[in-house]
Structure formats: structure tokens, C-alpha cells
Design a binder for this molecule. Structure first.
Ligand code: HEC
Ligand code: HEC
Ligand code: HEC
Ligand code: HEC
Ligand code: HEC
Length: 297
């Protein structure tokens, strides 16, 4: 092949660099996307799962009992960010000082916060500071986080489209189109939040859930073939147990997940004349039937 003349080469390079710059700077509005939420009220309004309740009442009820529906809260309505904002590397002197850098936890606990206006981080810090549980409990992993934001990975979610198990050209809700996302059924979909290890993109790096790493490296690598949905979403149930506030049900699940077998061999050892020494050998086997280490996080 004849080598390209020098000028053409330079031009080709300039075009590539130009298009990279263009795509890098491609504004959200040009793709028809929503502008970033400007206030906490707007963020709440956009992500309100109540919009889906009327027609998907059973799924809504299941979801509302799940940990996903209270993702900024630990047990008994404890708002865990209030601790982190007051003490440690993510702490601020007063809530008005907070920026997105104080909320690396939002990557998985409140992904809709990422990319909003800086004002929203300040408002969120104020709400957490005064322990306004009514608002904190509405900040969660709702229907749209999974069925829009996190539902596709090879491009941005298209505006005005929901994603689900199959394509529907007409959908009765305010969002008129449902498109098939095979990605949603894959373990990587859950893995976006259920963690691989330390999140080094933050300063300082944070680590919380690492269960998806364990699923890949200990379960799949060992020949395990079931997906997260097979074990956790049978019949497309949105309750996602375990629910740690229901201790009885949780204990039952973990007894089934970690069957234990004990073998005991009692014997008497005679080290010398007239000397008896009772001994016991205990063999304990705990099997892990989950597709990953437990507990995690
Ligand atoms: C006015 C009623 C109505 C509202 C509101 C509504 N939906 Fe639906 N949705 C339906 C109906 C009916 C179907 C089933 C259509 C079918 O299977 O042919 C459906 C189907 C779906 C599907 C696809 C199911 C599949 O089997 O592929 C998803 C996902 C979905 N809805 C999500 C949502 C979400 C998220 C919201 C809230 C933003 C919502 N819907 C609001 C009526 C509604
Ligand atoms: C990579 C995603 C990810 C990041 C980043 C993350 N978490 Fe988590 N976190 C999870 C997941 C998923 C769970 C639940 C599942 C588990 O523990 O395996 C969880 C569980 C928790 C729990 C237990 C909740 C309960 O109901 O008791 C607390 C508390 C928590 N995270 C706090 C934080 C804080 C604080 C930060 C930021 C410093 C943070 N997490 C960052 C994904 C993450
Ligand atoms: C943590 C992520 C997550 C959340 C939150 C979530 N969903 Fe889903 N949803 C899924 C997954 C995963 C599937 C199954 C996808 C598949 O099988 O391909 C699903 C399936 C569905 C379906 C299809 C059910 C069927 O039987 O065909 C509907 C409808 C739906 N979700 C509505 C909702 C509504 C309404 C909400 C909020 C109340 C919601 N989802 C919240 C992940 C989520
Ligand atoms: C947007 C991030 C996100 C996605 C996507 C997601 N989860 Fe979660 N999940 C979380 C967080 C955060 C928690 C813990 C919330 C809390 O209690 O504070 C959680 C809690 C859970 C729990 C309850 C047990 C516990 O440790 O709290 C189960 C089970 C679970 N998720 C399974 C799944 C499965 C299966 C999928 C995929 C279908 C999935 N999740 C998708 C973020 C996510
Ligand atoms: C072979 C079945 C199986 C597979 C595959 C599986 N899990 Fe689990 N998982 C379990 C069992 C069993 C438990 C124990 C509690 C229960 O029974 O719900 C559990 C517990 C959990 C918990 C609570 C962890 C804790 O700290 O106690 C989370 C979160 C979770 N799974 C998420 C996932 C996600 C995300 C995937 C996919 C990456 C996945 N699981 C794959 C069976 C499975």
C-alpha cells in the first residue's frame, strides 16, 4: 500500500482528535437528556417510585419492603451518613461545606445523586445533618435507578425509555416505551453496586460491598452457573431478602444457606499406668450454599 501523504496523515489525526473533543464535550441536552437536577426536591420528584405504584402495586409493595427502598438507612431507620459527615475523612464542619466529594457512597447507595448540581449535595447534607428521616427515607434505589440509569452499559439510557425483560412499543405509564435489556438479567447488572473491592477512583478510596468479586472469583471460577436473579429474584420478586430487620426470617435463611454437620468422637487416652485422660475429637463442616461469601459488606 502506498503510504499516506504527510498532510493527509496530519489531517486524519486532527479529525480524530476533533471528534474525541466533540464527543467528550457533548452536552447532555443535545442527546435529549434531562438537565442535571438542580435541587433535592427535583431529584426526589424525578425518582419517586410512587409514579409506578398505581399499576405495579404488587412489585411496588415488594420493593418497599426491600433494603433497596431504604438505601441510605441501616437497621431501625439509622441514617448512617450522619455519622460519616460528622467524623472521619468524609466529615464537614457544617453541612453547607459539603460537596459531591463527601458522598462517594452515593455511587451505589444513591446513584441518581451523581451528576447533579453541587447545590444538591449541600441540601442533602443539611437533610442528613438535621436527621430528617421523612426525606432520607425517600432517597433510595427506586424503580428508575434500576429500570433506567443502571439498565444499560454500552450507551447512556435513552431519554423517555424504560428498560425491562422485553420490548413494549406501548406502555401505559408516563414513560411510553419499554425496551428489552438483556443486561438487566446478568450478574454484572447487580455487580455495578454489589462491589468488586476498593473503589480507587475516590480520594480517599472507599470500600463497602465486595460480594460481586466473590461471586466471580470464588463461585463462577469454581463452576457455579446460577445468576443473582436465579437465587434472589425467583418469580421476579422485588423483595430481595434477606431483610435484616426481620431477625427470625433472616436466621432461617442463613440456617438453610449454611448447613452445618458435626461429628464427635469421644475417647479416653491412657498416657500411663492409672492415668486416664478423656478426650474428644470434633469434626465440623459448614457448607456455603450461597453464590459468594457471606456475610459481606
Ligand atoms: C398506567 C399504568 C402504568 C404505570 C403508571 C406504569 N406502568 Fe409499567 N406497565 C404497565 C402495564 C399494563 C404493563 C404490562 C404490559 C404488557 O405486559 O403487555 C407494564 C409493563 C412494564 C414493564 C415491562 C414488563 C415486561 O414484562 O417486560 C416494566 C419494566 C415497567 N412496566 C416498569 C414501570 C415503571 C418503572 C413505572 C414507573 C416509572 C411504570 N412501569 C409505570 C402499566 C403501567
Ligand atoms: C461499590 C458500591 C458501594 C459503595 C461505594 C458503598 N457501598 Fe455501602 N453497601 C453497598 C451494598 C451493595 C450494600 C449491601 C450489600 C452488602 O453489604 O453486601 C451496602 C451496605 C452498607 C451498609 C449496611 C446497610 C444496612 O442495612 O445495615 C452500610 C451502613 C453502608 N453500606 C455504608 C456505606 C458508606 C458509609 C459508604 C461510603 C463511605 C458506602 N457504604 C459505600 C454498596 C456500596
Ligand atoms: C435493584 C434493581 C431493581 C429495582 C429497584 C426495581 N426493579 Fe423491577 N426488575 C429488576 C430486574 C433485574 C428485573 C428482571 C429483569 C429480567 O428478568 O430480565 C425486573 C423486572 C421488573 C418487571 C417485569 C416483571 C415481569 O414479571 O415481567 C417489572 C414490571 C418491574 N421490574 C417493575 C419495577 C417497579 C415498578 C419498580 C419500583 C417499585 C422496580 N421494578 C424496581 C430490577 C429492579
Ligand atoms: C444501584 C445499586 C444497586 C443495584 C443495581 C443492586 N443493588 Fe442490591 N443493594 C444495594 C444497596 C446499596 C443495598 C443496601 C442498602 C441498605 O440497606 O442500606 C442493597 C441491598 C441488597 C440486598 C439485601 C441484603 C443487604 O445486604 O442489604 C440484596 C439481597 C440485594 N441488594 C441483591 C441485589 C441483586 C440480586 C441485584 C441485581 C438484580 C441488586 N441487588 C442490584 C445496591 C444495589
Ligand atoms: C447459588 C445461589 C446464589 C447466587 C448465585 C447468589 N446468591 Fe446472594 N445469597 C444466596 C444465599 C443463600 C444468601 C443467604 C441469605 C438468603 O438466603 O437470602 C445470599 C445472601 C446475599 C446477600 C446478603 C449478604 C450478607 O451480607 O449477608 C446479598 C447482598 C446477595 N446475596 C447478593 C447477591 C448478588 C448481587 C449476587 C450476584 C452477583 C448473588 N447474591 C448471587 C444465594 C445466592
Amino acid at each position: 500500500m502506498k503510504p499516506l501523504p504527510k498532510l493527509t496523515k496530519v489531517l486524519a489525526l486532527a479529525v480524530t482528535a476533533g471528534s474525541l473533543l466533540f464527543w467528550g464535550a457533548f452536552p447532555a441536552w443535545a442527546a435529549g437528556e434531562h438537565a442535571p437536577a438542580k435541587s433535592l426536591a427535583e431529584l426526589l420528584e424525578r425518582n419517586d417510585s410512587k409514579r409506578c405504584q398505581e399499576c405495579h402495586s404488587e412489585i411496588y409493595e415488594q420493593w418497599s419492603r426491600s433494603h433497596h427502598a431504604r438505601s441510605l438507612m441501616g437497621l431501625n431507620g439509622f441514617s448512617f451518613m450522619s455519622k460519616y459527615l460528622r467524623k472521619g475523612p468524609l466529615a464537614v464542619k457544617k453541612p453547607q461545606d459539603a460537596t459531591m466529594d463527601n458522598f462517594p457512597c452515593a455511587k451505589c447507595h444513591l446513584p441518581q445523586l451523581v451528576g447533579t448540581e453541587p447545590q444538591v449535595a449541600r441540601e442533602l447534607a443539611e437533610v442528613i445533618w438535621r436527621d430528617d428521616k421523612a426525606v432520607v427515607s425517600r432517597l433510595n434505589i427506586g424503580c428508575l435507578v434500576c429500570h433506567q440509569d443502571k439498565a444499560v452499559v454500552h450507551h447512556r439510557p435513552e431519554p423517555g425509555v424504560l428498560y425491562g425483560p422485553k420490548t413494549l412499543t406501548e406502555h401505559e405509564g408516563t414513560v411510553k416505551v419499554v425496551r428489552k435489556s438483556s443486561f438487566m438479567a446478568s450478574p454484572a447488572f447487580c455487580g455495578q453496586c454489589h462491589g468488586m473491592g476498593p473503589n480507587f477512583e475516590f480520594t480517599p478510596p472507599v470500600q463497602c460491598a465486595t460480594l460481586y468479586g466473590s461471586y466471580l472469583h470464588a463461585y463462577v471460577a469454581d463452576g457455579g452457573s446460577r445468576t443473582c436473579l436465579d437465587c434472589h429474584m425467583s418469580g421476579r420478586d422485588h423483595t430481595f431478602p434477606p431483610d435484616f430487620s426481620d431477625q427470625k426470617a433472616t436466621a432461617q435463611l442463613y440456617r438453610a444457606a449454611l448447613p452445618m454437620e458435626v461429628e464427635v468422637l469421644p475417647y479416653t487416652f491412657h498416657p500411663g499406668h492409672k492415668q486416664d485422660s478423656p478426650r474428644v475429637v470434633v469434626g465440623l463442616t459448614i457448607e456455603n450454599r450461597a453464590g459468594h461469601r457471606i456475610p459481606d459488606g
